[in-house]
Ligand binder design. Structure first.
Ligand code: NAP
Length: 310
């Protein structure tokens, strides 16, 4: 059976029997995204378009890997000649502890979304922060450094990367919100040195962790320009909006890292008369940066954008 089509989703069992599962696939699978859930991921269509545009004879595939399978799955990358992978929900923080080396972007965030295999070593990077920055610039024609940002989901891998990027940009103000408040508080302590200077006029503190409670959010949102969701809320059509429409106002820019036709947060933004954008542009830019890491060359961004119909 030559030129067999790739499967919609591979598993750890497939990695364990790779020759049977995918040994005859042409071009061979050498790149992947590991996640749980992973069926929603648009990375394969975007990265495969990039590989074709650059005439690289490889494919990128989806792998449904559960949290307790990550360590075993990562072990196969070296032996099966993978170039690298992306990690998505919920593996970014756990993945950081399971690699051989980390670059600065990954070490800072304590989270990994890109792994490259070099000389049998797994080297972790994080392109989410920079991808986020580019997405905000493209979608709203503003720079994060000029904004007062509220980040919901500050305890996760994506939340960490975005929070660190905001700190490095020295944004005007950063408010960290998380279901488990202690995680937002711990992150705020690590970021505090970046917000030592007095930049915001008025009484609002430049860096705060706040409880995920309506009254606290309402009070904070008066001094916020950009609201960011880095929780998975919105991945399912029935999910509630992480911030309800009644708390949003027309002056807010609302960015949902989740991508989908119209996420619950983007719908809430529209209802409130605010500008809203979903995570597709971030997916594009973080993916282009991952491609550059794997192949030491510029990514064909336009081919990737076209594949996402952006
Ligand atoms: P993660 O590491 O599992 O982080 C989950 C975060 O969301 C934690 O802060 C967690 O809070 C919070 N959370 C989880 N379920 C929640 C719920 N039901 N209600 C409230 N908070 C909840 O996940 P991740 O990898 O960072 O990914 C987060 C989302 O960002 C995913 O939907 C992913 O698809 C999206 N994403 C998009 C892009 C893009 O390019 N567009 C890039 C990266 C990620 P606790 O700390 O309390 O558990």
């Amino acid at each position: 059976m030559k030129n067999r089509q790739t499967t919609e989703r591979y598993t750890l069992a497939d990695l364990e029997n790779w020759q049977t599962a995918a040994g005859d696939i042409e071009p061979p699978i050498r790149l992947a995204v590991f996640g749980d859930p992973v069926a929603h991921s648009l990375s394969p269509q975007m990265q495969n378009a990039a590989l074709r545009a650059c005439e690289i004879g490889m494919q990128y595939a989806r792998f449904h890997i559960r949290a307790n399978e990550l360590r075993s799955a990562l072990r196969f990358l070296r032996d099966l000649d993978f170039i690298g992978i992306n990690l998505t929900v919920p593996h970014k923080i756990a993945g950081f502890t399971q690699i051989d080396d980390a670059d600065e972007s990954a070490s800072r965030a304590g989270a990994v979304n890109t792994i490259r295999v070099r000389d049998s070593r797994l080297i972790g990077s994080n392109t989410d922060g920079e991808g986020f920055l580019r997405a905000i610039r493209n979608e709203f024609s503003v720079d994060v450094r000029d904004l007062r940002v509220m980040l919901v989901g500050a305890g996760g891998g994506t939340g960490h990367a975005i929070a660190w990027q905001c700190a490095l940009e020295n944004c005007e103000r950063l408010v960290l919100v998380n279901r488990t408040y202690e995680k937002a508080q711990a992150l705020a302590e690590r970021l505090r040195p970046y917000f030592a200077g007095p930049r915001v006029l008025g009484p609002a503190a430049r860096l705060e962790a706040v409880a995920w409670e309506e009254a606290a959010l309402r009070a904070q949102l008066a001094d916020i320009d950009l609201v960011v969701n880095a929780t998975p809320l919105g991945m399912n059509p029935s999910d509630p909006s992480p911030i309800p429409a009644r708390l949003l106002a027309p002056h807010h820019m609302v960015f949902d890292a989740v991508y989908g036709p119209k996420t619950s947060l983007v719908r809430a933004a529209n209802e409130a008369g605010a500008r809203g954008a979903n995570g597709l542009p971030m997916l594009l830019h973080q993916g282009a940066l991952s491609f550059s890491i794997w192949f030491d060359r510029e990514a064909p961004v336009e081919a990737m954008r076209e594949a996402l119909a952006l």
